[in-house]
Write a protein that binds this ligand. Sequence first.
Ligand code: HXC
Length: 513
Amino acid sequence: MQRLQETTEKALAGGGPDRVQAQKAKGKFTARERIHYLLDEGSFQELDLLVTTRATEFGLKDKNVPGDGVITGFGTINGRSVCVFSQDFTVLGGSLGLAHAMKICKVMDLAYENRVPVIGLLDSGGARIQEGVDSLDGYAEIFYRNVKCSGVIPQISVILGPCAGGAVYSPALTDYVFMVEGISHMFVTGPDVVKQATGEDVSFDTLGGANVHASKSGVCQFVAKSEPDCFRQVRELLQYLPQNRWERAPRVANPDPIRRTTPLLEKFCEVDPRKPYRIQHIIWQIADEHKFFEVSDHFAKNIVTGFCRMGGDVVGVVANNPGHLAGAIDIDASDKAARFIRFLNAFNIPILTLVDVPGYWPGVQQEHAGIIRHGAKLLHAYCEATVPKVTVVLRKAYGGAYIAMSSKHMRGDFNFALPSAEIAVMGPKGAVEILYSRELAACKTPEEKDQLRASLCKEYAEKFASPYQTASSGSVDEVIEPSQMRLRVIRALKFLKDKRDPGKHENRGNIPL
Ligand code: HXC
C-alpha cells in the first residue's frame, strides 16, 4: 500500500512544482485542473497513470516522465459518459512520445467501442524529438483513429497551448475545435520557420491564434476568453449532441409553448426587402426559449450555423445571413455549411434551413479560388442528407442559390415560404435588364429609361418575386403565416421524427471540407 501511495503521488505531481508554477505564470491551468473543470465533479476515473516512456536516448533514461505527459480516462459531463485526454505541458512540454500516443489511442478505442464522445485537451510541443520516428508513428495511430471515429462518435479538440507541425492535423480531423484567446496557437510551421522561408515577420497570435483561426482560416469553431469559459462552452455543445451515431440528440422538455406565435415576423415581412438584418433575430424568435448555440460564429458570417431546440428536440440550423455580404453564398460559406450539414446527417440531427439569399458572391477572386468546386460541396451535403429537412424561404431565393438551400427538388421534406418570399431565377432588376435590353436601349432620355425600368421591374416582381408561382407548382409546400412559423416548423419536425431509423444507416464520416 505504501509503495502504491508513493508511486501514485509521484505520478500525480506531473512535472513538479517549478514547472507547474511556470504553467500558471503563462495564465494556464494544469492538465489535471482542466479535467476537473471540464467534467462533472468527482466523476473522473483515470487510466494508465503509471505509464512512462521506455525510450532512453538523449537523456530520457534519467528523466522522470510521469504518465508520459498525458492524463487519460473517462468521466461524465451533464451526467453522460465521455472519454478524455489532457496533455501535460509540465512533463517534457507535453511532447508526444510513443507511450503518450498509445495512452491516447487506448482511450480513443475505449470511446469508440463504448460509443461515447472523446474530448482531447491539447497543450504540447509536438512530436517528442528524443523519440524520433516513434513519435511520428504515434501521431499516425491517432490520425487513423480520428478517421475511424469520424461520424461514429463526436470528437472534440480543445487547444490550450501550442499545437504545431503535423500535430495540428488531429484536431483538424475532429468535429469541433475550441481555442482560448491568448494561450492557444495552431500552425503547421511556426513564426521562426515562416521568417526563414518567406521573410515574413509574424507573431504567434497573428499566425495561429484563436481569433485568426476562428475568423480567417475557419480551423476553430469556438473561441473562448478564458479556460473556464471554454469548458463551459464544451459542456454546452455536448447538450446538443447524441453520444454516437446510433442515438438521437437528447430531448429536453422546456416550458416554451409549441404554439407560441411569432408576431415579430409579421413586421419582418413588411419591411423593405433590401434592408439587411441579422438572421439570428429570426432564429431567436422561433427557437425554444429564444436560445441558439451558434457554431463558427466568426467565420463566413454570411451563412449561420448552429443548434437550437424546437419543441424540446435538437435541430441544426443553416441560414443565410443578409447582415453580412447580403447573405450571398461564397467559398467559405459553402465549406462551413456543407461540413455542418454532414455532421448533422452523421449524427441524426434534423436540419432547419432558413433561406434569404440573393445568389452566389460574384468576382474573379471567387471564381479563381474555386466557388464552383466549393459550392458543389453544399449541394452534395444537402442531397445526401437523409435526416429530416425543413426549409423556410423568408425573403430572397434566387437562381442556383435557391436550389442549393435545401429546395424541394433537392429533397427537402417540407418547404415553406413566408408571404415575403421572392423565388425566381434572378432579382427583378437583373431580369429586366436582360429581358428588355432592346426596349431600354431605345429610350430617348435617361428619365424615360428609368420610368420604363421601374414599371417592368414592378410587373416582373408581381409575377415572379413572390412565393405563389412556386407554390402553384408544389416546389413550395405551403405559404405560411409569419406568426405561425414556430408552430409549423415544429409540427413538420415532429411528423418527420421517424423518417430514418438511426440504427440502420451506414457510417457517414465527417471529412474536413
Ligand atoms: C521534446 C520538448 C518538445 C518536443 C518542448 N519540449 N517541445 N521536448 N520534444 N517537441 C520541452 C523543452 O525542451 C522544455 O524542456 C520543455 O518542453 C518546455 O519547453 P519550453 O521551450 O521551455 O517552453 P516554451 O518556452 O513555452 O515554448 C513552447 C514551445 C517550444 C513553443 C512549444 O518548446 C517549441 O518550439 N518546441 C518545439 C516545437 C516543435 O518544433 N515540435 C516539433 C513539431 S513537428 P526543459 O527540460 O528544457 O524545460 C511535429 C511533427 C508532428 O510535431 C508530425 C505528425 C505527423
